[in-house]
Write a protein that binds this ligand. Sequence first.
Ligand SMILES: [Zn+2]
Length: 215
Amino acid sequence: MAHPMVVTKSSKSVSSISEAGSETVLGTYSTQELYRELLTRFNEDPDRDGLLQTPSRVEKSMAFLTKGYTQNATQILRGAMFDVDYDEMVIVKDVEMFSLCEHHMLPFFGRVHVAYIPNGKVIGLSKIPRLIEVFARRLQVQERLTRQVADAIQEAIEPRGVGVVIEARHMCMMMRGVEKQQSTTVTSAMVGCFREQQTRSEFLSLVRQPSGNSL
Ligand SMILES: [Zn+2]
């Protein structure tokens, strides 16, 4: 059965949208109208009580979960970089991370560990979690997220090196597909001196030390 898009006064059905074959036609519908149409396609009744406000809630929720597209790492780090003599490893461990996988638009979440060895400049510690948010609040793959965090720090303060490790669990693996419920995906990005065995090992062993948090 074809479900017309009852949300507009027009009699355009979804099939007529695809016949018109144009994103410009789809673009005339509001986000909420499109979510409403999706509910219909899941064989749901978008007019039942529990679902009436769902398109509006999903719109707000998705706007939050993808707000990273409107944020800029350089801007966030600006004014939070300080000159120091310190030249030992700086580590920020166990930063909570929530993102959406770009293949299924399902959450993946876990912990991020960031380390760098300064070369005259450090970043205010509270900015590291914010920097991670900029890239996590987008559609992502874990590998790219890891790399982007490392590259942003490298560009901002040009340290001697940066290491980023992300341990995450993917709902697209846990809820569907292979249904591997306990598996954790670990990715790392090493820049500069973190490519050297000794620095890399020091970082990884500090990350592995239990800190009381569990995923
Ligand atoms: Zn996925």
